[in-house]
Ligand binder design. Structure first.
Ligand code: ADP
Length: 340
């Protein structure tokens, strides 16, 4: 039907190299239904070629039933990791030219943030997420340029939990680790993930309630002119954005929820202020925005993956995720509505 035609058109679009304008872009990705989930009803009604998305509220009739959104790009449930990466690659390349880039994955727990950033558990190369593909590109491009430029690449990995920053590579003071290949980095990430589990009662739960930040610092030296350049890439898997029922959450759970809320809205405020070119950008309101301050704003580039679970049972989380996305995309509410 129409929906499949739209998806096919969407796929064709992925093959075109995107012209990247502006410093903040928002890509929406809708994960597929997972096998064995029983009867499947989607809230996604329409995916357009140019970032249009329509979702429907199954319990409403009439004109309030459908809501339209517009982003830089919408990846439907059939999109592949390679397709998603092909629209991310130009940003990764720019890191080696001396740019700072932040890539975030935002969405409720289970919406595919880790899938997009890292890939499924034990992923084969085809299923690799943005992180691994980005690292591969950084190393292979730096190798290709070795006749004219020498690069040094270092990695850092931290977790932010309850507004506390923890170095996952457990270094004393040198939190930067020199690396020369993707496998070096994969080993370090592995160490980091193991450390992340230490002391956490339930690893899965903990990881959905903390932000993880893998930072790659690139220093390049032009062999002919001697000129130096610095680039950064921050890959951020954010804590789950789901709202916690205040009447039910108590103690630790409530405290976690409040910290997550605070830091996600602080991030939203910073990106919104940058998108609006406000003179005051409120970096100081959370540990996450403080940590990334020098890589957000100025010439830095930001990409937000907004992840959606298509199931009707997630409708209200989907709408709140889309509202966050609409805000950070810097398009004023109202003006963001598609004309359809
Ligand atoms: P989150 O990090 O947002 O909590 P996950 O990345 O763990 O969510 O995804 C939840 C589940 O959905 C996992 O089993 C994951 O493998 C699966 N999944 C997510 N996105 C996709 C996708 N695009 N294709 C196939 N499976 C996916």
């Amino acid at each position: 039907g129409d929906y499949h035609t739209v998806l096919a058109e969407n796929r064709r679009m992925f093959n075109e190299l995107q012209e990247l304008k502006g410093n903040i872009r928002v890509y929406c990705r809708i994960r597929p239904f997972l096998p064995g989930q029983g009867e499947k009803h989607t809230t996604v009604e329409y995916i357009g070629e140019h970032g249009e998305l329509a979702v429907v509220n199954p319990s409403k009739q009439g004109k309030d039933r459908r809501r339209n959104f517009k982003f830089n790009k919408v990846f439907g449930p059939d999109s592949t990791q390679a397709e998603v990466y092909s629209d991310t690659q130009p940003l990764i390349r720019s890191v080696l030219d001396g740019y700072s880039v932040c890539i975030f994955a935002y969405g409720q727990t289970g919406s595919g943030k880790t899938y997009t950033m890292t890939g499924p558990n034990g992923a084969s190369e085809e299923d690799w997420g943005v992180n691994y593909r980005a690292l591969n590109d950084l190393f292979s491009i730096s190798q290709n340029r070795r006749d004219s430029l020498i690069y040094e690449i270092q990695v850092q990995m931290v977790e932010i939990y309850n507004e506390q920053v923890r170095d996952l590579l457990l270094s004393d003071d040198a939190s930067m680790h020199p690396v020369t290949s993707t496998s070096d980095v994969l080993e370090l990430i592995d160490v980091g993930l193991k450390n992340r589990a230490v002391g956490a009662t339930a690893m899965n739960e903990r990881s959905s309630r903390s932000h993880s930040v893998v930072s790659i610092h690139v220093r390049g030296k032009d062999l002919h002119s001697g000129a130096a350049l610095h680039g950064n890439l921050h890959l951020v898997d954010l804590a789950g954005s789901e709202r916690v029922d205040r009447s039910e959450a108590t103690g630790d759970r409530l405290r976690e929820a409040q910290h997550i809320n605070k830091s996600l809205s602080a991030l939203g405020d910073v990106i919104f202020a940058l998108a609006q070119k406000n003179s005051h950008v409120p970096y100081r309101n959370s540990k996450l925005t403080q940590l990334l301050q020098s890589s957000l704003g100025g010439q830095a580039k930001t990409l937000m993956f907004v992840q959606l679970n298509p199931d009707v049972s997630s409708y209200s989380e989907t709408i709140s995720t889309l509202k966050f996305a609409e805000r950070v995309s810097g398009v004023e509410l109202g003006a963001a509505r598609s004309s359809k």
